[in-house]
Design a protein around this ligand. Structure first.
Ligand code: FAD
Length: 471
């Protein structure tokens, strides 16, 4: 009998194109997931269902998933010792806390003559292997994407899922998914009640979504990806990619095989994900500290009431409010609206980007430390390759440009649904008769703007000037 192997599942909750599993077909395996700290609320909901789906798939293949809760630094070496595994295999992660944990787990395993073998299965590239001509990490997206595109020319095809696995003997009793307590439970109201109508977590759901996007969305992607109301304007693959229910290599190859218009633009977006992880790997401070040091002195005006109004979708700017409510109801927000809502918070309301990022990490089903931190820093102007600070999105003009007939706003802010197009993004300018005709009682059905846009913009520019010496 060959040596047993401990297969440690983390953000690679799939069977297909999983190099960790592909190498194990002739060795007995014990698949395990250890919950240390639950992720944010919406991502925890997703994780619960994803683990349940992976558990079913692994059971069908002959090696059920062992679920544990606790400190992996201790549990993983103990488990390896218990089943006599010389090696623990897992996918490489970029999050600073996961890297530190892996280093400690590796050290504990090594002390007992065992090893932790990490595979590339979450990214198309290895963040430590992609370098500029001068040998440095990239800090600008365009040259990064060019370099990675070139490296990916010979990208091998995805690996098949194993048809059968042999379970290593000696596993202890694990926990059922419910015991991980990842779902909202009374007395907390079930804020995830609508999620199942939008999402099917797990590998099958991911594959189905990719198939549907290739069929209905890819060809129009370049034209429709900025239309938040379009049904297949974007893929909706982000939560699946985050937990590795589908690999970026599967998505890359499938999009290329499908071909046609839209492919290039779509692949570039996938490379934004890669770029975010590249940044996080090389700048582990990114989740909390601005990458541009001058922003450490930025004069934020932290205000709990303003933050709460933004979180609840009560800013008085319909596109922002629609986005924040889509986020609350579905655990996801369209990318264009994420940019508008985030910009409004950090610029017009002068709230620290870290507060917005924390809310997103708690409410997004695709909450991803790399993509979220990189994107918030990009919007706030303090990131590596950030939008210039002085480019301040006007939420009304953005709404009129990307949601011209207000279909998105009408869906998520139903109290405004009957307003004519002309006022749908600026209800505070509508004459009283128009409001009355649309059934909107100002201040009661929809709230007045939290801040005047011109005033907010001037204040933001002044704050910026104060850290740039008046530039
Ligand atoms: P598609 O347009 O179909 O793109 C395909 C895939 O490419 C996505 O699934 C995603 O994995 C990747 N991708 C696309 N755009 C980006 C981007 N700008 N940065 C990184 N990856 C990208 N994305 C997350 O996955 N998790 C987050 O926590 C997250 N937080 C964000 C916060 C802010 C303030 C902003 C502006 C963006 C954030 N994004 C985040 C990036 C982006 O909004 C989402 O990846 C995208 O909306 C997901 O929808 P989709 O799968 O339909 O994307």
């Amino acid at each position: 009998m060959p040596d047993p192997v401990l297969v440690w599942f983390r953000q690679d909750l799939r069977l297909a194109d999983n190099p960790v599993l592909a190498a194990m077909t002739d060795r007995p395996v014990l698949p395990v997931h250890v919950l240390e700290e639950p992720p944010g609320g919406a991502a925890a909901w997703w994780l619960h269902h994803s683990l349940a789906a992976l558990g079913r798939a692994l059971t069908e293949r002959g090696a059920p998933l062992l679920l544990l809760r606790g400190d992996p630094r201790r549990l993983i070496p103990d488990l390896a010792a218990r089943i006599g595994a010389a090696e623990v295999h897992a996918g490489r992660l970029t999050e600073p806390s996961a890297r530190a944990r892996d280093a400690e787990t590796h050290a504990a395993l090594q002390a007992a003559g065992r090893g932790l073998v990490l595979h590339r299965n979450a990214l198309l590239h290895e963040p430590h292997l992609v370098r500029t001509g001068a040998g440095n990490p990239f800090s600008v997206y365009t040259p990064f994407s060019r370099a990675v595109f070139a490296l990916l020319e010979g990208l091998p095809p995805p690996l098949p899922a194993p048809t059968h696995l042999t379970l290593a003997p000696g596993a202890p009793e694990g926990l059922p998914p419910d015991a991980l307590r990842l779902l909202p439970r009374p007395p907390v109201p079930d804020w995830a009640a609508d999620f199942p109508a939008h999402w099917t977590p797990g590998e099958e759901g991911a594959t189905a979504r990719l198939g549907a996007f290739l069929e209905h969305g890819l060809a129009g992607y370049a034209d429709r990806r900025n239309d938040p109301a379009a049904e297949w304007g974007t893929s909706g693959l982000s939560p699946h990619l985050h937990l590795g229910e589908i690999s970026p290599r599967q998505v890359w190859h499938a999009a290329r095989e499908k071909g046609g218009k839209g492919v290039e633009t779509f692949l570039k977006e996938l490379l934004w994900r890669e770029f975010s992880h590249h940044l996080l790997w090389h700048r582990p401070e990114m989740p909390t500290a601005p990458l541009r040091p001058e922003f450490r002195a930025f004069p934020w005006r932290r205000d709990a009431d303003l933050l709460r109004a933004w979180q609840r979708g009560q800013t008085g700017y319909p596109i922002v409010d629609a986005g924040m409510r889509q986020l609350w109801r579905t655990g996801w927000m369209h990318n264009r609206v994420r940019m508008i809502a985030a910009s409004f918070l950090v610029k017009h309301l002068l709230q620290p980007w870290q507060d917005g990022a924390a809310w997103f990490l708690d409410t997004l089903v695709d909450a991803d430390l790399a993509a979220n931190s990189a994107s918030w820093q990009w919007v706030a102007g303090c990131g590596a390759d950030a939008a210039p600070y002085f480019r301040i999105f006007n939420p009304v003009l953005q709404g009129e440009k990307f949601d011209p007939d207000g279909a998105y706003v009408r869906r998520w802010c139903p109290e405004l649904a009957r307003l004519p197009d002309r006022f749908i993004h600026r209800p505070y300018e509508a004459p009283e008769a128009v409001l009355r005709g649309a059934g909107v009682r100002p201040g009661r059905d929809y709230q007045p703007p939290l801040v005047d846009l011109a005033l907010g913009r001037d204040r933001a520019l002044a704050a910026f000037a104060s850290i740039k010496g008046g530039q």
